[in-house]
Write a protein that binds this ligand. Structure first.
Ligand code: FE2
Length: 343
């Protein structure tokens, strides 16, 4: 409990000292372990408390650390809801026995089936596409329709992408394996290694900035990193955005690879009802709109307005592969990257 920070101290602060302890009540609460560190999440938790009176306690940790901590705490864990990025990691949490199956008509109605676990172990709450950002001064958008186009000789020494140790790349490759098989995925990964502008380094935003600096011509990145760059007031990023265009490559006959940030109810959740209430709130219209505006993510809930920065990228066709496959094929994706020499 060392890192447990009560998110809303308001309730304690509002208790009048004259009333004495007998009139105090234990507020309903929900304990969240989250890999996300965004302001919009804090804003949403505060709104949830305002609406329901349920206090949200947040523990923040790195992705692998979060799973390790849940595992170490076992049945004594205070965690009610685990929130993390990438369906691959959510699926991993399920397979390690850290989440529980749940049933919610509200979530089933709000979230398209392919963006949540078939048995309710986890739910996608915000969606992102793995897009290609390109240098508008060097690349014609019609040169890239498919992720496979990035492996053509035309892009030798021009492709910027982060390490294969990163789960976003592992999930992209897992989706390719699901659709086209391991051989095609291996050929793609080898082709990208051949075309890399440099050895993988940094995160997605670093790849975008590198394109703007002329270190390469195309970068693979999650859409919210591009959206945030477009919305940034930092001079370096404002300069970069003038030069960058965004494309939504497809996987042959399938759409653009998408993934989610999402959450699930912890296996030993002490407050399962509050946990479900929080997940249902986060899938609601208001929260979905705020996720998009605040963090430049796509709502998972259909019909919710999308942030203007994302609207400017134009519409795209998302792959409808059930994201459960990303965890199932993760180990194979890691092997393929290894074989391809993508570090
Ligand atoms: Fe990210």
């Amino acid at each position: 409990m060392r890192y447990m920070v009560p998110f809303m101290l308001l309730i304690a602060a509002c208790q009048s000292p004259e009333k004495g302890p007998e009139t105090r009540y234990a507020p309903r609460e929900v304990n969240v372990y989250s890999h996300r560190h965004y302001d919009v999440d804090k804003q949403l938790f505060a709104l949830f408390t305002e609406r329901t009176g349920i206090v949200v306690n947040v523990v923040q940790a790195g992705d692998d650390e979060l799973l390790a901590r849940l595992e170490a705490e076992g049945a004594k864990s205070p965690c009610d809801v685990m929130i993390t990025a990438d369906a691959g990691r959510l699926g991993l949490a399920r397979s390690r026995g850290l989440l529980q199956a749940t049933q919610s008509n509200v979530l089933a109605a709000a979230i398209p089936a392919h963006l949540r676990d078939p048995e309710g172990y986890w739910f996608g709450l915000t969606m992102r596409a793995r897009v290609v950002a390109y240098d508008k001064t060097k690349v014609k958008p019609e040169e890239i329709a498919d992720y496979a186009d990035l492996t053509k000789p035309r892009f030798k020494g021009k492709v910027l992408v982060r390490s294969a140790e990163n789960v976003y790349n592992q999930s992209l490759l897992a989706a390719m394996i699901a659709h086209e098989g391991a051989d095609a995925a291996t050929a793609w990964a080898k082709g990208i290694v051949t075309n890399m502008a440099r050895d993988p380094q940094g995160g997605d935003t670093d790849q975008l900035l590198a394109v703007a600096e002329g270190l390469g011509e195309v970068a693979i990145a999650n859409s919210y990193y591009v959206g945030k760059l477009m919305a940034s007031t930092e001079p370096e990023k404002q300069k970069a955005r003038e030069r960058l265009g965004v494309l939504f490559p497809v996987m042959s006959t399938h759409g653009t690879h998408v993934n989610v940030s999402g959450g699930g109810v912890a296996r030993y959740a002490p407050h399962p009802a509050e946990a479900m209430a929080l997940l249902e709130f986060l899938a609601g219209e208001e929260a979905q709109r705020l996720f998009s505006e605040g963090n430049k993510e796509y709502p998972v809930r259909p019909g919710v307005p999308v942030a203007s920065e994302l609207q400017a990228f134009g519409p795209f066709t998302a792959d409808t592969l059930n994201l459960e496959a990303l965890a199932r094929l993760n180990a194979e994706a890691v092997k393929v990257f290894d074989a391809a020499g993508w570090r």
